[in-house]
Design a protein around this ligand. Structure first.
Ligand code: BEZ
Length: 233
């Protein structure tokens, strides 16, 4: 029996370069993240094939894949199952499962086989307090330079919110495009936060001449960013 340290190894952090690996997937062999150079990647794990929450998630991800593709984002999934289990499960989803109006759903993005748990361990997807044999529901947002920009973890029992995954991707891309930050519950079209004043002079200017900004105090100013300027599709 491996120790907890051996099961988890390490967790990449926000700001780290995405750990590289080669893997077998339902769409052929991949070299990660090199094969997706110049794209955003949402790399996510699920606990196991042929389980209900995962099935609902895969159907939703597959149905919404075009929305992520439009945002220059590649989806890549992983579980600690073998290739033939993956293939059988994806065939079952397409041929038999009808859920919330979704049917005949074909999963076209790669699903990694990781029976050895090598990749899952590299990405801290094994959380022994939750399970030593199944990956938790991890989501890594990786930018076109191969850097990890956001990480969200969910337990085995909770299906992910795909509106939130898309909102997070758009918020990251918008922050990069306009050098802004996004406030709580931000949605495209809402005001955005301008970088905090870095000098007394700028703080004074902001309070005296707010231009198009709304300043709640010298350190907290927002400005409009119309929805037409935000890439949402
Ligand atoms: C599920 O996807 O339904 C599931 C997987 C592992 C544990 C519990 C639920």
């Amino acid at each position: 029996m491996e120790s907890i340290e051996e099961q988890t190894v390490s967790m990449p952090r926000i700001g780290d370069k995405a750990p590289e690996f080669k893997a077998i997937t339902t769409q052929g062999d991949i070299n990660f993240p090199v094969d997706y150079k110049d794209k955003w990647i949402i790399f996510f794990s699920h606990p196991a094939d042929f389980t209900p929450v995962c099935t609902s998630e895969f159907m939703t991800f597959a149905k919404r894949e075009p929305e992520f593709t439009a945002l220059n984002c590649q989806l890549v999934g992983l579980s600690i199952d073998g290739l033939y289990s993956h293939i059988a499960w994806l065939r079952t989803i397409k041929e038999k499962i009808e859920f919330k109006g979704m049917k005949n759903i074909e999963v076209k993005f790669p699903l990694i086989e990781d029976i050895t748990m090598e990749v899952a361990k590299k990405y801290g997807m094994i959380q022994p307090g939750e399970s030593t044999t199944k990956a938790v529901r991890a989501v890594f947002f990786i930018d076109p330079k191969g850097m990890i920009r956001a990480i969200i973890y969910y337990p085995l029992s909770m299906g992910r919110n795909f509106d939130e995954l898309k909102r997070a991707l758009i918020a990251l891309q918008t922050a990069d495009s306009y050098n802004i930050a996004t406030p709580a519950d931000w949605q495209p079209g809402d005001d955005v936060i301008v970088p905090t004043a870095g000098s007394c002079g700028i703080a004074k200017e902001r309070m005296e001449d707010k231009q198009e900004m709304t300043c709640y105090d010298w350190f907290f100013c927002t400005k409009p960013l119309p929805v037409e300027k935000v890439k949402t599709k």
